[in-house]
Design a protein around this ligand. Structure first.
Ligand SMILES: [Zn+2]
Length: 423
């Protein structure tokens, strides 16, 4: 196996970042604007500087490191991912993509490559929404998809507003509007991310090239019946809301299967009232999370789910659906997908096109500029847990694809791969 990226340096960057966790020994906990985040910010800034990048930070804490182009007037290519984590998460979710950008910059420097078009490595803040609800805060502010005025309204569990957190972090939240990147000011966005699912590992492939991010809908189902004494109400006179809810639930997974291979449906939350061991339930509420790669599939899945729920009414039960969230699928750039595929092919890596079932910064950045997203395998498909893992040579292969594509898109010549430096 030969390639460009330096496995030892990648590992040093990932492990270096992972020192900034609030829960050492129990996974990565790096909430936005926290002391750990400050430490990671300083680490990233120092590594970007070492890689020859000119570093700046915007008003909300997104970090940029720029390789100047021989034509500095050209709109830059942005490459990166997020730096925050969920509580007790893993070391790769987010940082893998930031490290892909920094390692690419080191390679540009080592090979003395001067791109015609500027390249900016980005470390985005608050993607997970682990501190402030909603998530994708950094990318939504960058792309003008979030009103900066909302920073005073978003609050963490301690009641601290995002604006207060930004001020405590040393930035001026009143300047947040300046973080917005104008349409046309970015040429393209490239992101590398761990798959967070089992497909690449199961198929023994190196690289996933994401062609779209699934659409998502969330429904709330309410089933109403009648409460009664568990001992004195005969079975044939019951209006048991939980029995009705379970009958509905049992039909739902088959709906996703009927819609197509990449459609998924999950019931993750259920509330049973009044909630007594010896009381027949009169009210059940449960969530339904539906995802599908095409809007046609998603709307079909929603309609089928509504039919099944409504079919549960009768026999003294009343079943209702509320629509709580709808996000259409996000197609990524076919042109960048083709470029990523061509580079993976040239590097001799096994690859496949795939759909992302999780949301990523790429989904938001796609509203600003043509966007590409590369997945590398996740061991056992595990993520958002301390066990999250990607072997460093696997990560290096993904970075090779990002680096080669950057080099091609930014307009520099392409030398042959050298032997990879092993750790
Ligand atoms: Zn992530």
């Amino acid at each position: 196996m030969s390639g460009y990226a330096n496995v030892r340096r990648i590992r040093g960057l990932i492990e270096g970042l992972d020192r900034y966790t609030a829960t050492p020994g129990r996974g990565t906990t790096r909430l936005s604007y926290s002391p750990e985040y400050s430490g990671a910010r300083n680490f990233v800034a120092a590594e970007m500087t070492a890689a020859g990048l000119a570093v700046r930070e915007d008003a909300v804490g997104n970090i940029f490191g720029r390789i100047e182009g021989s034509d500095p007037e050209l709109a830059p290519i942005l490459v990166g991912s997020h730096l925050d984590s969920v509580p007790n998460g893993g070391r790769f979710d987010g940082p893998a993509g930031v490290v892909a950008g920094i390692e690419s910059a080191f390679l540009f420097r080592e090979m003395a490559l001067r791109p015609e078009r500027p390249i900016e490595v980005v470390a985005l803040i608050e993607e997970e929404g682990a501190r402030f609800d909603g998530g994708l805060l950094g990318s939504r502010l960058l792309t003008g998809q979030l009103d900066p005025a909302l920073l005073t309204e978003l609050r963490d569990e301690a009641g601290i507003s995002a604006a207060e957190a930004i001020a405590a972090y040393g930035l001026d939240p009143a300047e947040a509007g300046r973080a917005v990147l104008a349409p046309g000011s970015v040429h393209a966005f490239l992101e590398l991310h761990i798959e967070q699912g089992p497909v690449l590992e199961a198929e023994g492939r190196d690289i996933g090239i994401v062609d779209r991010i699934v659409g998502l809908a969330q429904l709330k189902v309410t089933v109403r019946g009648r409460a009664g004494h568990a001992g004195t109400t005969p079975m044939n006179l019951r209006r048991d809301a939980l029995v009705g809810a379970v009958a509905i639930l049992a039909q739902l997974p088959d709906l996703a299967r009927a819609v197509g291979a990449d459609a998924v449906l999950t019931v993750g939350k259920m509330e049973v009232l009044p909630g007594g061991t010896n009381v027949i339930p009169d009210l059940v509420r449960f969530s339904v999370d539906l995802r599908a790669p095409s809007e046609a599939q998603l709307t079909r899945l929603i309609a089928m789910t509504c039919d099944v729920v409504e079919g549960g009414s009768g026999h003294g039960l009343d079943c209702q659906v509320e629509h709580q969230l709808y996000v259409p699928p996000t197609p990524l750039s076919p042109r960048i997908g083709a470029a990523l595929t061509a580079e993976a092919e040239a590097l001799g890596l096994s690859h496949r096109v795939m759909v992302s079932g999780a949301g990523h910064d790429a989904m938001i950045m796609a509203g600003l500029a043509p966007t590409g997203l590369v997945f590398v395998p996740s061991r056992g498909g595990i993520s958002h847990a301390p066990e999250e893992w990607t072997d460093y040579p696997q990560l290096a292969r993904g970075i090779d694809v990002i680096f080669s594509t950057l080099r091609r898109m930014a307009g520099v010549s392409v030398p042959e791969p050298a032997g990879r430096l092993q750790s």
